[in-house]
Ligand binder design. Sequence first.
Ligand SMILES: [Fe+2]
Length: 161
Amino acid sequence: MALRNTRNDLGENTKKVSVTVLNGTLTDMIDLTNSVRMAHWTMRGPNFIGLHGMLETFYNELFATADEVAERLVQIGGTPDGTSQIVAEKSRLPAYSQATVYTLDHVKELADRFASLARSVREGIDSTDEAGDADTADLLTGLSRDLDKKLWMLEAHLEEK
Ligand SMILES: [Fe+2]
């Protein structure tokens, strides 16, 4: 991996670990943002208006944090894996089905993906912290807390009577 020169004093290896973790997080976040938008657009069924509105908040917040993730990796010399083609190639999340319609089916599909991303972000906290990049670990810590909250909000819709 070629890093751009910067006056940022983190070590070369630390930067490489963080750029790798942040790029993995970025591709998954862009993919998840698009999946949330698909659900927002295509869902039909009970609780439509509440879920439709909640998901709009989710994708706006996800995309705002994806911007912070991309800018952090640029700050330490990296290049974002941010094009649609790279995201499609590298996302670790499963492809989102265009055929899903029922509201709670969407909620289950999204809950799986939020849980999966939260797990890899938590792994990223540990690896960037161990590599000596407390700032990236802090950014990822805030992100994982937000993903946990969104997972809770999704799972609350799946409760059986
Ligand atoms: Fe909309």
